[in-house]
Design a binder for this molecule. Structure first.
Ligand code: ATP
Length: 269
């Protein structure tokens, strides 16, 4: 799904100044991955919510495959779009497959019994994210990383063409972070699912992003390729901390990471 945001801005309070320093303008082609970066409170979650109409843009509009959000019937729109908010464990205890089937609600009807086909689809999507073996376990007896993967599977059962993920790696150990990011990349590159991801990890943009949107309080909105946006000076300014780039030749691979200098061993704060 192609995504466009044109001249968009937002404010939580009427009459207050805009949340974003400049109106947002960006385009994402089908199967591309956008990572949104920026310090706490710059408006990353708000942007995801405005994009899909969970909050109203103050000005501007979102377009999906060239059609404005306002022109979609809600039920049709949400059949095409999957939103994975920051993971929180539900108070309801369900089997993992039942939790995933809930993602079929727009097809099944909220109180209807899921069909055998819904059950199979849930299993298939659990396999896609690598946790098919957990289908019969209680949603209260899986780890937060597994729950995060189950949340992605739950979104996938409606076969979305656009995935929005808010900090999908939060609370995950580094092995699970790699697993979750690999799933997102596979969905975009093999299944053509356009993806927009909020993250606090600049290095995850290196792994995932075709495009990067960088937000900063009182700073211009930066949108472009990794090369355009992920510069040491730029990140240092937008995160208000000195960032350095470290490089290593690993066999045939030329590896680069960016870290705050103060956190590198031997670095002085
Ligand atoms: N419901 C709300 N009402 C009023 N202000 C809000 C509301 N939700 C968020 N804000 C404010 O809007 C700004 C943007 O919040 P948002 O959650 O979008 O930022 P974020 O970049 O996702 O932050 P984080 O990285 O900490 O998750 C913040 O200053 C926040 O305090």
């Amino acid at each position: 799904m192609k995504v466009e945001v044109c001249l968009a801005n937002f404010s939580y309070q009427r009459g207050a100044e805009n949340l974003y320093t400049e109106d947002l303008n960006f385009t994402l082609d089908t199967g591309e991955i956008l990572t949104i970066l920026g310090a706490n409170g710059v408006g990353k979650t708000t942007l995801l919510r405005c994009l899909v109409g969970l909050l109203p843009w103050r000005n501007g509009e979102s377009y999906f495959n060239g059609k404005s959000l306002g022109a979609y019937r809600k039920i049709d729109f949400w059949r095409e779009v999957g939103y994975v908010p920051i993971a929180r464990r539900s108070t309801f205890e369900l089997k993992v497959w039942e939790y995933v089937v809930l993602g079929r609600a727009s097809y099944v009807g909220t109180f209807a019994q899921p069909s055998k086909r819904d059950r199979c689809l849930a299993q298939e999507k659990l396999e896609t994210v690598g946790i098919g073996h957990l289908a019969e376990k209680s949603s209260h007896q899986i780890s937060s990383g597994e729950l995060q993967l189950a949340s992605i599977a739950r979104t996938l059962v409606s076969n979305p063409k656009l995935l929005l993920l808010d900090e999908p790696e939060s609370h995950l150990d580094i092995q699970k972070q790699v697993a979750v990011l690999a799933v997102i990349k596979k969905l975009a590159k093999e299944h053509g699912i356009t993806s927009i991801i909020n993250t606090h990890y600049p290095n995850h943009a290196f792994y995932l992003a075709d495009r990067v949107l960088l937000l900063g309080k009182g700073l211009p909105v930066k949108f472009g390729t990794l090369e355009d946006v992920m510069q040491v000076e730029t990140l240092s300014t937008y995160f208000n901390v000195e960032v350095i780039k470290l490089q290593e030749q690993w066999g045939e691979e030329h590896l680069e990471v960016m870290v705050p200098r103060a956190l590198a061993k031997g670095g002085k704060s």
